[in-house]
Design a protein around this ligand. Sequence first.
Ligand SMILES: [Zn+2]
Length: 298
Amino acid sequence: MDKSLDSQIRAALFLWLSERFARNGGIFTRVELEREFFFEGKVVTLIGASGIWFPKGFDIPISITTTTKGLYPDKYENNMLRYSYQGDDFRNRFNVGLRKAFESKIPLVYFRAVVPGKYEALWPMIIKRDNPNELCIEADLAQVYVNEQFKTLEVSEVIDREYANATVKTRLHQPAFRFQVLKAYNDTCTLCGLKHPELLDAAHIIADSDPDGKPEVPNGLSLCKIHHVSYDKKIIGITPDYEIKVSDKVMKEKDGPMLTYGLQSMNGRKLILPSKKSDNPDRDKLKRRWDEFLEFAG
Ligand SMILES: [Zn+2]
């Protein structure tokens, strides 16, 4: 395929991913990745039978995918992905394709399954190293700009590595975290029982930036928007025994129904817990937040 056409398709793809990302919370279904991205009226498949995927007519892969049951020990650590070759022959066409992407700095998309058939997407993924001896590639985030006028890609080296790492970390973890937390709580606010996924967040008990703040279900709470902010702003506290406490100051206020029903009536209730015990919020983490609440409120 002509290089400029390849670049135009990738540019269009990155815009498409950004738009979808904003709408679907960053989780893509296999069906939409197979059927819903079009370029000049034709479907371009973004995912396929092999983990290293070339849509029809492509010489360089468009994506790499990790499944939930991966055959290969792919690793994503310190914002560096180690992705295994397909098979053990570094000359097969899949591995040659990855090598070409590496040599020409062509950006790919990384799809990682969160459950079978659902993926989070990370892009643009630039291959930083090719390791034929270890049968893997290593990829990192580079800065890729979509030139709006020409709809082409311009790749440059990462300027602010820390910023880029923080961004990629957030982008990589949040959609999967939200998906798993909401699923554990059956799309229900753990405080008030509201069941509107579009009004629900996956709140961290210990913040993402803290070493203990891993994006795992026991460090999460499914909270509606108002209760998420109330928890973060210490209007509401949660004891390690899953009891809800509204701050004394707010309990004394008088106002309309949002204050009465939305906040004050939560005082003394118990959390609505996930169906699986192993998904319950971690008591030690809740204790840390509860101590902060007491300190703030007292
Ligand atoms: Zn709520």
